[in-house]
Design a protein around this ligand. Structure first.
Ligand code: FAD
Length: 427
């Protein structure tokens, strides 16, 4: 086994973990992308901390009883031990290197942590192309670039898949007769990129990006240098920016129905927005909620006609047109209030519910990416071959200035960018 990791079964748990002074235990599964992303960090960290901490891994499905006993319900899950006691955070999902190091540092103590960290060698990786972002645009570009025999490293701050991974059902991606589960569709895309040879750096921290030098520093120790750099970082939900939003974000206010609708079973929900995403998400929330009130600033919905027909036919849904939210309020631990202003009369009224979903558009993920030419909405402008104003830097997918943001258009951009990069590098 690579690194200083020992693989055990449940009957070795006492000796390999509980009897050690310090230990970290990884419950992993097979066919588990977050487990693979963790393995790429766990092994190097075992080389760094392995003299002080016992690094142990155990196959969760093969040792279910122990997993249940320890309250481990998903893979990967990391548990940290001091003298046989679980201490620190229980980490699971897309685990970042910094989160593991924080817990390992706490195990070994401040002074020893400083000594260990002083010995960490920086790593420099040369690539033909560095891709920032592993949604459909970045993954598609990765497939084409790797098939062109270009060394391609794809960096993502989360697990690859982008928005598709959190989309409940995708019914408009060509090649599938039935609607596809977004998580599976994005899984196939990232597996295809991996099979073709794209190197992943998933769930990492991006410390800095130098677009002129085409270098990306990640996790505090690795610098990846490309001959070309492709930005495919997508966008994120736009906040309303009104009082109460920051305070109740993730605690009454959500921006992702796939993630949170299940918590509103038989509850009254308020949805803000009237475009495609808002209405498609409201239709999904309707599978759970008792009632939905849609607050929209215009007199009619902006969503496509099919979605409109479905939402108007849904008996659970009420509409409040020509109103804009002005403030979020909270009553007790469950109830939320939205103060909405009638844009015609200026009158304000309060709508009460158990939770609020906000779908009012998106903003570009441009943090740390400087000196790029942007359009009036803050998206990167490119030429027809996806070149930005910075030499050797390309942009593809939702991050770039364009009319329509869909999986198919992101796939298109990724394809065009990859082919033009391949041509440029072969000349
Ligand atoms: C709720 C919802 C439902 C949708 N449903 C559909 C649908 O049914 N059909 C359809 O065609 N389209 C749909 N879309 C639109 C579609 O998902 C997007 O157009 C598409 O995912 C864009 O792909 P992308 O690769 O450009 O960006 P994204 O999918 O957003 O991926 C961007 C990736 O970049 C990563 N990233 C962000 N910042 C950084 C950084 N600084 N460094 C490194 N990585 C970074 C993110 O973690 C992410 O993995 C939907 C969108 C939403 C929000």
């Amino acid at each position: 086994m690579a690194g200083k990791i020992r693989e055990i079964n449940a009957n070795e748990y006492r000796e390999a973990v509980l009897d050690q002074k310090l230990a970290v235990l990884d419950f992993y599964s097979t066919e588990c992308p977050p487990c693979e992303a963790l393995a790429a960090k766990f092994e190097p960290l075992s080389e760094i901390y392995g003299d002080d901490v016992a690094f142990v891994k155990i196959f969760r499905q093969g040792n279910r009883e122990l997993a249940t006993e320890l309250g481990v319900t998903g893979s990967p899950t990391l548990l940290f031990y001091r003298n046989g006691e679980i201490v620190g955070d229980k980490l699971s999902g897309g685990i970042k290197r910094s989160e593991i190091m924080k817990n390992l540092d706490a195990l070994v103590g401040d002074q020893r942590a400083e000594e260990i960290k002083a010995g960490i060698e920086p790593v420099e990786t040369d690539a033909d192309v560095v891709i920032l972002g592993g949604g459909p645009a970045g993954l598609t570009a990765g497939v084409y670039l790797a098939q062109a025999r270009l060394k391609t490293v794809l960096v993502d701050i989360a697990l690859p898949g982008g928005y598709v991974a959190t989309t409940h059902q995708v019914s408009n991606y060509p090649g599938f007769i039935e609607p596809q589960n977004g998580m599976m569709l994005s899984h196939y895309m990232s597996e295809q990129a991996k099979e073709n040879g794209v190197e992943f750096r998933a769930a990492v921290e991006v410390n800095s990006v130098d677009l002129d030098k085409k270098t990306v520093k990640i996790d505090g120790f690795e610098t990846i240098r490309g001959k070309r750099l492709l930005i495919a970082t997508g966008s994120r939900p736009r906040p309303l920016g009104i009082p109460g939003e920051l305070e109740f974000r993730g605690d009454g206010i959500s921006y992702c129905a796939t993630c949170d609708a299940k918590y509103f079973d038989d509850k009254d929900v308020i949805v803000i927005g009237g475009g495609n995403s808002a209405i498609e998400e409201a239709l999904f929330i309707s599978k759970f909620a008792k009632s939905i009130t849609i607050i929209h600033q215009f007199e009619e919905l902006q969503a496509n006609k099919v979605a409109q027909e479905k939402i108007f036919a849904d008996k659970k849904v009420n509409f409040l047109f020509s109103h804009e939210p002005r403030e979020f309020k909270r009553y007790g631990t469950m109830d939320m209030g939205v103060v909405a202003e009638d844009l015609k009369t200026g009158e304000q009224k309060e709508i009460r519910g158990h939770g609020v979903f906000v779908f009012i558009g998106f903003i570009a993920n441009l943090e740390g990416l400087d000196n790029l030419d942007l359009d009036q909405w803050g998206y990167i402008t490119t030429d027809a071959e996806m070149r930005t104003n910075i030499d050797g830097v390309y942009a593809a997918g939702d991050i770039k200035s364009k009319m329509y943001r869909q999986i198919t258009t992101a796939v298109n951009d990724g394809t065009v960018a990859a082919i033009s990069i391949s041509k440029e590098l072969s000349e």
